[in-house]
Design a protein around this ligand. Structure first.
Ligand code: 5AD
Length: 418
């Protein structure tokens, strides 16, 4: 359920293997992989060998997760150096965060490499893979930026049936997915009872973690879904600037209710993923600095934000897309501020930079991925924005998803709610 970095075997005996990585030797349990010998490449978790990897694939994984060299501090802006230093001992203040959001050139690269180092130190090489099932594109809201908005009559709407959703989950589970996100517009066709049924049925058939991303519902509904087995919730506040929020959401979504909902989700002990959109029309740098401070103060378990992508047939169709570098800087600053939190590479970022987006995000502090596991026929219809084919996921699926109890346990440990 995670992609780890391969290591080379330098010694073996009956049960153990000595491996070498990053200049360090380590002894791992080799009983789980048959015929492990000197010179082989191996993936391991919790000191247990998981599988052998060919030298070619090992190189590919190493390339994917290649470490950044630390930027030479010589000649960097002293204010920047001071802020990075401060981030190691205390929370950054708003001015410092704004300074980092405005960095360019070598300072920007140094910010990314600092975040990469922190990810390596605190999270090591645990990359979580989420499978996302987009089960309905109906929405009661009219957010100006989103293609699923109710007033958009140019898209074909669909709803997956309970059986169809459960089958999609089972298919992904067989591939090795252990964490699934069930996402839809704010679609109340799926009542509390229906959602409970879906979650229970998936949990009966598959040993997986379930996150829901279904928008604003009341306490009773979220409580019932938690009791039915939902583990986490994806629920963004979209922007922390109330007047900007009101400009973007003519009806439906309510600013105060977003935060009230997040509060009760925490009480219900959900694993919480929240965040905002970066580069929205009318948004300014200080709004983003406040977004970061709110996420940090909330101690969110996972950060979910991505750049704004203009979508046809919405009032913002002709607006400028969000700046990729700005989204990456957000990730890096959040990594500086929240060393252990989960930061996924979101589809919006991969859409804006299909070739390099994922790798750039990983090298700027991200440590999780979202892969679409919706049945193919529905995928083009879930048009929050026009998605482009994201970066290749073959290697991740081949080596990042494995059916072992250790990998489930490891995930369980990582998803423990703070
Ligand atoms: N660009 C980027 N993100 C968007 N979302 C909706 N529309 C867009 C867009 N055009 C995000 C919102 C929502 C999540 C499911 O998708 O933040 O909460």
């Amino acid at each position: 359920m995670c992609l780890t970095i391969p290591a080379k075997v330098i010694k073996t005996n009956a049960d153990k293997a000595v491996i070498f990585r990053d200049g360090v030797k380590k002894i791992i349990d080799a009983r789980t992989v048959e015929g492990l010998k000197v010179g082989d490449w191996v993936l391991y978790i919790s000191d247990i060998a998981i599988q052998k990897v060919s030298a070619k694939d090992a190189k590919e994984i190493l390339d994917l997760l290649e470490y950044t060299n630390k930027t030479d501090p010589e000649g960097l802006n002293p204010v920047f150096i001071e802020i990075i230093k401060n981030s190691k001992t205390r929370k950054l203040n708003k001015e410092e965060i704004e300074f980092l959001l405005k960095t360019n050139g070598r300072e920007k690269e140094a910010l990314f490499s600092e975040a990469d180092m922190i990810r390596r130190t605190y999270i090591k090489d645990f990359f979580c893979i989420h499978g996302i099932i987009e089960f309905s594109n109906y929405c009661k809201n009219d957010c100006f930026y989103c293609g699923l908005r109710k007033e958009n009559d140019k898209i074909l709407r669909y709803r997956m049936g309970v059986g169809e959703i459960v089958r999609a989950a089972e298919k992904a589970f067989k591939k090795g997915y252990k964490l699934m996100v069930l996402q839809s517009g704010d679609d109340y066709f799926y009542t509390k009872e229906k959602l409970v049924e879906i979650i229970k049925k998936i949990k009966e058939k598959c040993r997986v973690f379930i996150f829901i991303s279904i928008g604003e519902r009341n306490f009773e509904t979220y409580k019932a879904l938690r009791e039915a087995g939902a583990d986490g919730v994806l629920f963004r506040f979209e922007t922390s600037n109330e007047s900007l929020f009101n400009k973007l959401h003519p009806k439906g979504k309510n600013f105060k209710n977003r935060f009230k909902t997040l509060k009760f989700l925490k009480e219900l002990k959900y694993f919480i993923a929240t965040g905002s959109i970066v580069g929205l029309p009318y948004q300014v740098i200080s709004d983003l600095a406040v977004d970061i401070m709110i996420l940090r103060d909330m101690n969110a378990d996972m950060i979910s934000f991505g750049p704004f992508v203009p979508c046809p047939n919405t009032p913002f169709a002709d607006k400028q897309p969000g700046d990729i570098d700005l989204a990456l800087k957000m990730m890096s600053i959040l990594r500086l501020e929240m060393k252990n939190t989960k930061i996924p590479v979101v589809t919006a970022l991969e859409t804006l930079d299909p070739k390099k987006g994922r790798k750039r995000a990983i090298k700027a502090g991200a440590n999780a991925l979202m892969f679409n596991i919706t049945p193919k026929k529905y995928q083009p219809l879930y048009e929050i924005y026009k998605r482009r084919d994201a970066c290749d996921r073959k290697t991740w699926e081949k080596y990042g998803l494995y059916n072992t109890e250790e990998s489930y346990k490891m995930l369980e440990e990582k998803l423990r709610v703070k």
